[in-house]
Design a protein around this ligand. Structure first.
Ligand SMILES: CC(C)=CCC/C(C)=C/COP(=O)(O)OP(=O)(O)O
Ligand SMILES: [Mg+2]
Length: 588
């Protein structure tokens, strides 16, 4: 049987390559079982970097349906990419050996930090955890840089470490020793970054943040260009709050240029890896786009948002590691449907229709669609079928029956939308707290995190599953509050123009007697800051939530800032830039 990938219709402007795969009519795999009764043309529309265009393409050995599908799902591997892959594997092993052989804590921790920043730490998860465990207790006379780095890395990787280790840098009045702020800029910077891992009760870390921030700000003008750049970036957004893939993109571009002792092997590995993961993302994107087109929801509901790319951006924010490829695809589907339901509630449905829709969703039964207008039926069925498909996938892979949990999160969400709609219709203005908790649900936070929990499938136990029902875990609620607050900061203007009565900004101004928009925004940023501290406390607290899902909740808070915070006037142009860098422009 002959499989050929034909390069055709390559359009440089949109970086799109169409290729087709022909299976002959008489295709007979082992001369007994025809896999295809008639000729199929399978077309995929996949964005590919211009640089990968080369000929010829190897013909794979297709033995059966499964290997055919596996082949189609794989990014198109071109000859030079095979070399890249070998090189990448070699570099991974070389780096692993280097990390394993390091005996000096500071040296090892710096390497771990660099791997994390370059987006390649996921290759070395076990080695990193072993190293961190080995170096978890520091020396009494250890300096500020080492102590702070150790603290941040341990917490970041879910290890417990007490903030009391900073006690040795305090003087009698509980303040940090002034001399620390004078010369050791790297130590100070490291302390600043570590302080952002602090929980709400950890006074010593609040003190550390205040102290290091003040000293960094006052010394920035005297620093070398390279150091001042580093300090300015941290002051703008500390590492703990950055979205992993974007940080990798930015840091890889800077690493060779601005780091004095950069390691060329690491740089090469990071670039190869970035591009490899980017092409995996492209494949996922092509699968999501295909699914979305086939679903045809926006053809029938032209008022609804048609943004599979933005949905995918969220999923890369929430679960950036390559191993979560399948999870990203399924989660993106749920977010795409969420946007449509949001639009039905916010812009299209009449209140009577919305009541019908909410009741039908509560029943969660296809019979219920008979009472709905046609456009709602289509959306209902898309949600119903997609939820069933995701449940089926999880059942097949793990044997868990998760449909009741997924269903409940959708019911909660639609109830939340209905609540907003009735506030709006009755001209009611909710209390800020009431609005915010409801807004966590309507932003899709619980829905997304419960789906991620089962899709990732780590630490699923009787005890942890119990946490996934309303009331949802505090960590989910706090991450969701951050999402809702960033959402309102980013979209309040357009929503107010549309006539929405409630947004955190408006409600906050009303409740706190704030008159200026600017001041309200400042106060909301403070709220977000405090929510982060609460979340930090929960990262290391002992509860049944698996570390994997805790990390996703943190990533949700990180991604929210990226999606909604932007300097330019236009929301789209900014998200567009992220999308281009993450998914379409390879690193060279
Ligand atoms: C990780 C997840 C679940 C991401 C989805 C967040 C999202 C796009 C919510 C809707 O925003 P909106 O501003 O359009 O809606 P609203 O009307 O609720 O403000
Ligand atoms: Mg909004």
């Amino acid at each position: 049987m002959v499989i050929s990938k034909n390069l055709a219709s390559f359009s440089e402007s949109c970086h799109t390559l169409h290729f087709s795969c022909n299976i002959p009519t008489s295709g007979n795999l082992n001369s007994r079982q025809p896999i295809a009764k008639k000729s199929h043309i399978i077309c995929m529309c996949m964005p590919i970097p211009t640089s990968t265009m080369s000929q010829p393409i190897a013909t794979p050995l297709i033995k059966d349906n499964e290997s055919l599908l596996r082949y189609l799902r794989q990014p198109m591997v071109l000859p030079h990419e095979l070399d890249d892959d070998t090189k990448r594997r070699e570099l991974v092993e070389r780096t692993r050996r280097e990390l394993q052989s390091m005996s000096k804590p500071l040296e090892a921790m710096k390497l771990i930090d660099t791997l994390d920043r370059l987006g390649i730490a996921y290759h070395f998860e076990d080695d990193i955890n072993q190293s961190l465990t080995r170096f978890s207790s520091g020396q009494p006379n250890e300096d500020l840089l080492t102590t702070s780095l150790r603290f941040r890395l341990l917490r970041h990787n879910g290890h417990s470490i007490s903030s009391e280790i900073f006690g040795k840098f305090l003087v009698q009045n509980g303040k940090f020793e002034e001399s620390l702020g004078e010369e050791d800029i790297l130590g100070l910077l490291s302390l600043y970054e570590a302080s952002y891992m602090g929980g709400g009760e950890e006074k010593i870390l609040m003190e550390a943040m205040e102290f290091s921030e003040a000293h960094l700000k006052s010394s920035i003008a005297k620093l070398t260009p390279q150091l001042s750049r580093q300090v300015a970036q941290s002051l703008e957004l500390p590492r703990h709050r950055r979205m992993a893939r974007l940080e990798a993109r930015r840091y890889i571009e800077e690493y060779g240029k601005f780091e004095n002792n950069y390691n060329p092997d690491l740089l090469e590995l990071a670039k190869l890896d970035y591009n490899k993961v980017q092409s995996l993302h492209q494949m996922e994107l092509s699968e999501i786009t295909r699914w979305w087109k086939q679903l045809g929801l926006v053809d029938k509901l032209p008022f609804a948002r048609d943004r599979p790319l933005e949905c995918f951006l969220w999923t890369v924010g929430l679960m950036p590691e390559p191993k979560y490829s399948g999870c990203r695809i399924e989660l993106a589907k749920t977010i795409a449907i969420l946007l449509v339901i949001d639009d039905i509630f916010d812009t299209h449905g009449t209140i009577d229709e919305l009541v019908l829709f909410t009741n039908a969703i509560r029943r969660w039964d296809l019979q219920a669609i008979e009472e709905l207008p046609e456009y709602m039926r289509i959306c209902y069925m898309a949600l119903y079928n997609t939820t069933n498909e995701i449940s089926y996938k999880i059942l097949k892979e793990n044997g868990w029956s998760v449909r009741p949990y997924l269903k409940e999160t959708w019911i909660d969400m639609v109830d939340g939308f209905m609540m907003e709609a009735s506030w709006f219709t009755n001209g009611q203005v909710p209390k800020m707290e009431e609005y915010l908790e409801n807004g966590v649900t309507t932003a899709g936070s619980y829905m997304a995190l419960v789906h991620c929990f089962f899709l990732i499938g780590k630490g699923v136990s009787e005890e942890s599953v119990k946490l996934l029902m309303n009331p949802y875990p505090k960590l989910f609620s706090n991450a969701g509050r951050i999402l809702r607050l960033w959402d309102d900061l980013g979209t309040a203007k357009e929503e107010q123009e549309r006539g929405d009565l409630a947004s955190s900004i408006v409600l906050f101004m009303k409740e706190k007697n704030i008159t200026s928009d600017e001041e309200a925004r400042e106060s909301i940023l403070k709220l977000i800051h405090n929510l982060w501290k609460e979340m930090n406390g929960e990262l290391v607290s002992r509860n049944a939530l698996p570390l994997e899902i805790k990390k996703v909740a943190f990533n949700m808070a990180r991604a929210s800032q990226v999606v909604y915070q932007h300097e330019e006037d236009s929301y789209f142009s900014s998200v567009d830039n992220y999308v281009k860098a993450l998914f379409f422009t390879p690193l060279i």
